[in-house]
Design a protein around this ligand. Structure first.
Ligand SMILES: [Zn+2]
Length: 65
């Protein structure tokens, strides 16, 4: 599973999940991943372990149950 950090360009449209807090955000192709608006991961005001340059967004995969 790959994750994406702030500043990465979205190459697959869909819903992404903020790794530290689970916040969902929908991105379109060509968008640029930003910081999480919920927990501020990706900014200096967010988690210390999830600063800019670390993977904070994960593609939400549809569960096949
Ligand atoms: Zn978050």
């Amino acid at each position: 599973m790959s994750d994406y950090s702030k500043g990465d360009v979205v190459d697959e449209a869909g819903k992404y999940v903020c790794v530290p807090c689970g916040f969902h955000h929908e991105y379109k192709i060509g968008d640029v991943f930003g910081e999480c608006t919920s927990c501020l991961a990706g900014s200096k005001d967010g988690h210390e372990d999830y600063v800019e340059g670390t993977g904070i967004w994960e593609k939400e995969t549809s569960k096949q149950t």
